[in-house]
Every structure is written in structure tokens, then in C-alpha cells.
Write a protein that binds this ligand. Structure first.
Ligand code: BG6
Length: 369
């Protein structure tokens, strides 16, 4: 039931705040993270892990990339992300101290399932982040963190994506607690900030009408580029994937720092570029670097749509359009920045008269290799 919405996707984007809230619910005790289903991986085991490999396909792999930045930073463990279908066929080096984290909305994606089985047979520990109770992948794993996005009907994932990122944050914080790599106060501060995200997402949903206008103006565009840096990089990839899947146009996401190493050659007058702008409050000074990237592409005639936090005035003179997101901890910005991109993919597809729930050639769950 679409509940009065024009499509399941429109409904599911509107549910992104609840997907995050429901994934956090029941996992915070006294301001700290306690994931009840993690019993299969007790604190002692979590302390013995020396490497994490996140495996997934499609959108779920981009959620894993966001997770990598957060988990590595907070728990001080090397984290890699790999597409499940690549992982299994290169004889990866695994040990009982390797934790393989799979991410899957359906829990039935064959490539991901086979990668989990492979990892388990070779002695690695396995954790499943999954949206479907009792699905095959969680049943094959040592421990499970369910995302509580609710059933997702539209083929292209939206609310499950933000729930997957949220689950990665919770897992990263639980790991940091077990390994004492963050102080209790630091964890509490991050948890409190994460708990604010659902309300902040409700704010971001208000940008939907403006995005719909932009998408209708751009209905004839043949190519859109997305730039992001740090945790904004996977969001650029996700924005591009949604346009390919939903609107069938060429779209690519790039790490903003890579611009001068190639992608800038693509910039010609009129090229539309979405830029996810890091917070000016971020101590890594990535904001200034990305603003300078914007200047470089604008000087070559690109039309820039910036997604930037409220109060970031430095970006204003350089962008054709600024979509605002509320102030959040830098690690949590991906949850806020992705929503305008989910809207954009859906609205551009709608402007082209396409079926946003059932894009051509795609299946919700790919159960063959
Ligand atoms: C694809 C879907 O086929 O499978 C994507 O179209 C999804 O939306 C990917 O991200 C992985 O699916 P799952 O269920 O493993 O998260």
C-alpha cells in the first residue's frame, strides 16, 4: 500500500527518518551502545579482531564505505570494503581475527551469501547487517545487527540505505566501547548526536519540493556528476547510482580530490555537478579544498548544486544552487546529504515519465550469481 504517495519510493524516502530512529531504538542503554543481538560476538572476541572486511553489493556497499570511515576512526581497526562478488574469487587472506561484515537489505543476495559462506569456511568471524528477519545471510552469520527500516518495496534502496549506515555507526561505537578506543564521554556525545539525526532528516525532507523543481528543469540532461570527499565520497557514488538506476542517464560519482587527476577533463559548459560539501567545522579542513574544487569546475562552465550545512556562507558565491542540511557531527552528515540525492533520482525519473518503483532490467533482490 502506497499510503497516498505517488510511488513506493516517495513513501520510502519519507520514511528515512523513521528508518534511522527505529534502527537506533533498543540499542542505547544509559547513553551507550548495547546491541542485544551481538551475543555471538562478545566483547572478548571484539577485542581480538584485528581487521574488518565489509562485503556487499550495490547500494549496500556504499553504506559499507561510509561505515568504514566511522568504524576505523572510532575503533582503530583497519577496515576494507569489497564487492562481494570480487571478494570470493581472489583467495582473500582470512583468519579467526578477521571479522567479515556483510550488508544486505534482503539478506538473500546470492553474491553476498556465497561470500559470507566462503569467509566462514575459512575461519573468519561473520556479522550480518540485514533488513529482513530470518533471511538466509543472517542465518549463516555468527551475529546479526538488524536494520529496522521496515519492508522496502521500490527496487532501488533508499530507507534501507540510511538504516544500514546507522547500523554501521552503532556497531562502530559498540566496538569502540569494547576496545576502549573512545572515552565513555566521547561515545555518549556521538550517541546523543546520532539520536538527533531523525529530526534533522525530517527537516531535510522539506527540500523535496525544491529538488523536484530542479529535476523538472533538468529533465533533458544527459549526464550528471557527483563529487564528495571523506564520508561524502560514498554519498556521491550513491547519488550517481540512483540516477543510473532510476533515470537511465549517465552519472558518475568521484572523490573530490581526484578531480584534477582526470574527471575535470569531463567538465564543459552546462555540465551539472552535485557537490557534497564537508562541514566548515570539520578539523581536517576539507571544506576549503572542496570549495576550491567547486571554483575550478565553475570556472569551466559547470552548473553546481551544492549540498552544504546550514550557515555555510563560504559556498554561496560559488554555487548555482545550495541545498541546506542541518548541523550534525561530520560523521553523520552522509545520512542527511543523501536524502536530497534520493529525491533527485526519483524526481528526475518522474520528470522523464519513468516507473520509479520498477526500473527496467533491475530486480529488488538478485538471487543468482
Ligand atoms: C540490487 C538492488 O540488485 O541489489 C540494489 O537493485 C541493492 O538496490 C543490491 O542495493 C543489493 O541488495 P541487498 O538486498 O543485498 O541489499
Amino acid at each position: 500500500d502506497k499510503g497516498g504517495w505517488s510511488s513506493f519510493m516517495a513513501k520510502e524516502i519519507s520514511e528515512e527518518p523513521d528508518a534511522v530512529a527505529n534502527t537506533i531504538r533498543g540499542r542505547v542503554v544509559d547513553g551507550l551502545v548495547q546491541i542485544p543481538e551481538m551475543e555471538g560476538l562478545d566483547d572478548e572476541t571484539l577485542r581480538s579482531i584485528d581487521r574488518i572486511l565489509i562485503i556487499a553489493c550495490g547500494t549496500a556497499a556504499y553504506a559499507g564505505m561510509v561505515g568504514k570511515y566511522a568504524i576505523e576512526q572510532w575503533a582503530r581497526i583497519p577496515v576494507d570494503v569489497e564487492l562481494a562478488h570480487e571478494f570470493r574469487y581472489r583467495e582473500p587472506v582470512l583468519s579467526p581475527n578477521t571479522l567479515v561484515v556483510s550488508i544486505s537489505q534482503s539478506g538473500e543476495t546470492m553474491d553476498t551469501l556465497m561470500a559470507v559462506k566462503y569467509a566462514r569456511e575459512r575461519g573468519a568471524r561473520t556479522l550480518s547487517i540485514c533488513n529482513t528477519q530470518g533471511a538466509t545471510i543472517p542465518r549463516e552469520s555468527d551475529a546479526i545487527v538488524y536494520t529496522h527500516a521496515g519492508p522496502e518495496v521500490a527496487v532501488a534502496s533508499t530507507k534501507a540505505f540510511v538504516a544500514q549506515i546507522t547500523a554501521c555507526y552503532l556497531f562502530g561505537l559498540q566496538l569502540a566501547q569494547a576496545r576502549e578506543t573512545l572515552s565513555t564521554d566521547a561515545v555518549r556525545a556521538l550517541v546523543a548526536d546520532l539520536q538527533k539525526v531523525p529530526d534533522q532528516l525530517r527537516e531535510v525532507l522539506k527540500s523535496g519540493d525544491r529538488i523536484a523543481e530542479l529535476a523538472h528543469w533538468m529533465a533533458d540532461t544527459r549526464s550528471v556528476l557527483f563529487l564528495g570527499r571523506h564520508v561524502g565520497y560514498p554519498i556521491a557514488l550513491e547519488g550517481a547510482l540512483k540516477l543510473k538506476e532510476l533515470a537511465y542517464i549517465h552519472a558518475e560519482g568521484f572523490a573530490a580530490g581526484e578531480l584534477k587527476h582526470g574527471p575535470i577533463a569531463l567538465i564543459e559548459p552546462g555540465q551539472i555537478v552535485f557537490v557534497i560539501v564537508p562541514s566548515p567545522r570539520d578539523e581536517r579542513s576539507l571544506h576549503a579544498k572542496v570549495v576550491s574544487n567547486i571554483q575550478e569546475i565553475r570556472a569551466r562552465g559547470a552548473r553546481v548544486i551544492a549540498i552544504a550545512e546550514a550557515g555555510d556562507v563560504a559556498v554561496l558565491p560559488h554555487a548555482d544552487e545550495v541545498i541546506r542540511i542541518p548541523l550534525a557531527s561530520p560523521f553523520f552528515e552522509p545520512l542527511l546529504a543523501v536524502v536530497p540525492l534520493h529525491f533527485f533520482g526519483m524526481e528526475l525519473a518522474a520528470a522523464k515519465g519513468l516507473d520509479v518503483d520498477q526500473p527496467r532490467n533491475l530486480a529488488k533482490s538478485v538471487t543468482v550469481e
